[in-house]
Design a protein around this ligand. Structure first.
Ligand SMILES: [Zn+2]
Length: 183
């Protein structure tokens, strides 16, 4: 679906793969979009991704990209947190925390039917763009952070088609990709 949204974006070409070994080929690409359940990365994959981001390559992680083995500390440190649990699948409110940022242009507070992700830590040195409340506590939904020279963007939303069909989610994803390619 993301590949399809990007067909309208000038100058962007995409390649989708289910092969984690692609992480060794980051030099062939301008941006890495991680939208798989990471689960477990090999030392080599983790180091390849970490060093390419530290050298300035942007990475965009979506939803279950934070569902990863706790041993993958380098990867968790780069994204800014690790998935602990999620709320039951339900409709909730997403609040835009920074309406001035290029990624949130044209995005207003919205409702989405999704899993509300809870991470194991507050992401360090993060710039919060959107948040949602679960059990009286605000949880980061979209944030950017710097890892070495590279920009990291995490969007915790996106469990299934209901989220992917949400126009605000689409705007945040496409806006995020554009920003990462230009920043
Ligand atoms: Zn999910």
């Amino acid at each position: 679906m993301i590949t399809e949204w990007l067909t309208d974006v000038k100058g962007v070409q995409t390649e989708a793969s289910h092969d984690q070994a692609m992480l060794h080929q980051m030099s062939d690409f301008d941006l890495c979009l991680v939208c798989f359940t990471a689960s477990q990365l090999t030392d080599r994959e983790e180091r390849a991704l970490d060093s390419s981001v530290r050298d300035g390559k942007p990475v965009f992680a979506i939803h279950s990209a934070t569902v990863v083995n706790e041993k993958n500390e380098m990867y968790i440190d780069m994204i800014g947190g690790r998935f602990v649990k999620h709320s039951p699948y339900h409709e909730f409110q997403v609040q835009i925390e920074d309406k001035e940022h290029p990624i949130t242009q044209g995005v207003v507070d919205f409702k989405i039917t999704d899993e509300l992700y809870i991470l194991d830590r507050a992401p360090q040195n993060a710039h919060l763009l959107a948040a949602a409340v679960w059990e009286d506590k605000s949880q980061p939904m979209v944030y950017t952070r710097k890892h070495g020279k590279g920009n990291v963007l995490y969007n915790a939303l996106g469990h299934d088609e209901a989220a992917f069909n949400n126009p605000m989610f689409q705007k945040l994803v496409v806006g995020g990709i554009k920003w990462l390619l230009q920043a």
